[in-house]
Write a protein that binds this ligand. Sequence first.
Ligand SMILES: Nc1ncnc2c1ncn2[C@@H]1O[C@H](COP(=O)(O)OP(=O)(O)OP(=O)(O)O)[C@@H](O)[C@H]1O
Length: 427
Amino acid sequence: MGVTLDTLDTVVLCWLPDVMVSMGLFQPDTDIFDRRDVLREDYQPEEIVGRDEELQQYISALQPVINGDQPANIFLYGKAGVGKTACTRYLLSELKTDAADYGIDLTTVRTNCEDLSTSYQVAIQLINKFRDPSDQLKPTGYPRRQVNEWLWEELDAIGGTIIIVFDEVDHIDDDSILYQIPRARANGNLEQSKVGIIGISNDFKFRESLSSKVQSSLCEKEVQFPAYNANELRDILRTRADIAFYDGVIPHEVIAKCAAFGAKDAGDARQSLDLLMEAGDVAVEQDADQVCEEHVDEARALLEQSRIIDGVAGLTQQGHLVLYALLMLYEEGETPVRARDVQNRYEIVCKRAATEPLVPRRMRDHLGELAMLGIATRIERNKGESGGRYYEYSLDTNPDLLLEALAETVDMVGVTDAIQTRLDGEI
Ligand SMILES: Nc1ncnc2c1ncn2[C@@H]1O[C@H](COP(=O)(O)OP(=O)(O)OP(=O)(O)O)[C@@H](O)[C@H]1O
């Protein structure tokens, strides 16, 4: 007998507890969150808190637009999560409203350069943003000069004032577009449009790496965004929490704890907001009426766990073996340890995994990657005139978490026996 939709319905409904059948399978489950999405990265706050000085500098840099002049090119820099994007979105939206009041025709375009490494790719992406979906360019295959001409055509067809925001601008290796666009009008490529660019970066070395030509055009005006301190983070979190949560759900200590954590780590508002959201999720899961400090502690552990699991999952097989070797040395109390001693242990682990070990220099690259991910620490030692400089490595992460993360990928790594040995406490 075949299963019809009707019989399938009956089967499913039989499985559900009675109470759910009468109430529906899905119901809102929270007295904690009113608008949880407000804590998400993509929510644009209506109010920018704690950035008065930076906003003032930014407003001055944008002033030529309202005067009807050629916009200045602006370079914003600062670590991750310090409000560069939020302030840009906020000010450009205000600028659009005010420009309209003064009869100024302003167009703003934002492009994220994360996946773009050349000026050619950037130009194609911009052209496609302006063009009809039926008239899009392919990513490659056109002469460079032709692509530039198309770009000037598109920009000139828009007319008025145009501001192009290049987020993560440091991903562009060949930076010619960053001086070609600002100079397009002076070079006679544009007649109808005045174009300015805003470059955003969290790479502090990027500015120095630019050619002097690009430096003088892109960095005409610069605004630096410093890391947030605990007070600033507290104000940001409170403003956001008042919208995201129901009244009385978030006591002051919870905000203070999330802010203190963010300030201690990197002064990153995103990190503190993520922690607050996760703490809310923990409270919902536990059916609590309020978010409390213990929920923040649990949330921190959960976020740390997923950071490590993601970090370890992103490593190559060799990266796993190097990490595993370091983990063993840590467990044996042998850390901090020099790279050459990690190499010895790593070669033993490779043998167990029936894998050819990398040469020491390559193995050290993996150690460096672990340090960059915040999984390992790297301390520089100096032995004075005779000994020279060298690095020592240790772990900066809960070893049990690492073991768990490694256990998930253990089939791929092929050191099941070794992990089991550690779990049995027999190293
Ligand atoms: N001053 C602020 N007031 C309100 N919210 C803020 C403020 N600064 C940052 N935020 C919020 O913190 C999160 C991260 O900020 P944002 O994306 O602007 O950082 P960023 O400096 O651009 O970081 P990245 O370089 O990683 O892109 C966003 O959710 C943003 O809305």
